[in-house]
Design a binder for this molecule. Structure first.
Ligand code: PBG
Length: 324
């Protein structure tokens, strides 16, 4: 009459902790930082409460706070004072990210891994992730690769520990690998945004990075959210081109992709819990509709459970405080 197997036996008290399969650790987290050359003091991003854009003069203080919380890494995004059609303020020695990297590394050295996003969209006047042919309105793949190589080398020269190409150009990993190796940076790893979807969840980021586009959209280079096999083809290529870490982005609507990538490739796998995922939860919490801390933990542990080793998240600082 009685059930022999009772799964509830393992669900109470500390027994529950003993049988927990997945854990969230400080070592999983990467905090994004926006560095803005056009501002004098930190500005909160209206669609991302608690997340700020920092001027160069305040970025070291922020990086220090992140390191002191025990978070191992940051990823930097730049907002330049000057934009043109070729994104030429993205690879200069004293441009915004190069300067930010130099300052952070000078202060923190090996205390913090500094990853840089490699993309043109924050630096181009049209806001696209590549060189544009204004006659056909096409985003040109191959001419963009040369620029991505230059950006990567300039970041490495400034002291970046890792580069992360996010523009979804074909051949971007190989182009960056070759450019880095030619300059003696063969030990700088590449974390590729391999499966990056054409997502509505990037909206708040575009406010923060001032990287909205002036025509068309990004659907000619970012992936169709309906596709999963294609994500694996992207990963196959990036692995062959020398990617060290593979990223899936966004995270929560794409847990199946994270799972497939992790199980089929056994590569170090990152997931980007993007701006819209953050904004959505913050907005619900601000209305009293969700418990913010619990919803945050559940989101992050689910991304881990799906197979991510690394989570890039605007919640990193909050999660670090929770884990302490
Ligand atoms: C740049 C880039 C984007 C994000 C990271 N790198 C924006 C985009 O592709 O439109 C989005 C990150 C986020 O939404 O948190 N290409």
């Amino acid at each position: 009459m009685f059930p022999d197997v009772r799964l509830r036996r393992l669900r109470k008290g500390k027994i529950r902790n003993l049988v927990r399969e997945t854990t969230l650790s400080l070592d999983d987290l990467v905090q994004p930082i926006f560095v803005n050359e056009t501002i004098e003091s930190a500005i909160e991003i209206s669609s991302m409460p608690g997340i700020y854009s920092f001027p160069l003069s305040e970025v070291v203080k922020e990086a220090k706070e992140i390191a002191e919380l025990g978070i191992p890494a940051v990823i930097l995004f730049g907002v330049p004072a000057f934009k043109d059609v070729e994104g030429s303020s993205s690879y200069g020695e004293t441009d915004v990210i190069q300067e930010a990297v130099r300052r952070i590394k000078a202060e923190l050295g090996d205390e913090l891994v500094v990853i840089t996003d490699i993309c043109m969209c924050e630096y181009t006047s049209h806001g696209h992730c590549g060189i544009v042919d204004f006659g056909t309105k096409e985003i040109l793949n191959d001419p963009t690769l040369d620029v991505l190589g230059k950006i990567a080398v300039s970041h490495a020269k400034a002291g970046a520990d890792m580069v992360a190409p996010s523009g979804m150009m074909d051949g971007m990993v190989e182009a960056i690998r070759q450019a880095l190796d030619m300059e003696g940076f063969e030990n700088i790893p590449i974390m590729s945004y391999a499966a990056k979807f054409h997502s509505a969840f990037y909206g708040p980021f575009r406010e923060a990075a001032e990287s909205g586009y002036s025509f068309g959209d990004r659907s000619t280079y970012q992936m169709d959210p309906a596709n999963s096999d294609e994500a694996l083809r992207e990963v196959t290529l990036d692995v062959a081109e020398g990617a060290d870490i593979i990223m899936v982005k966004p995270a929560l609507p794409y847990l199946d992709i994270i799972y497939r990538v992790k199980t089929e490739y056994a590569m170090p796998t990152a997931a980007y819990n993007v701006s819209g995922e953050y904004a959505m939860l913050k907005a619900a919490a601000a209305n009293g509709w969700l418990d913010e801390k619990k919803a945050m933990y559940e989101s992050l542990i689910s991304i881990k459970r799906a197979g991510a080793d690394i989570i890039i998240t605007y919640f990193a600082k909050d999660a670090a405080r929770m884990l302490k």
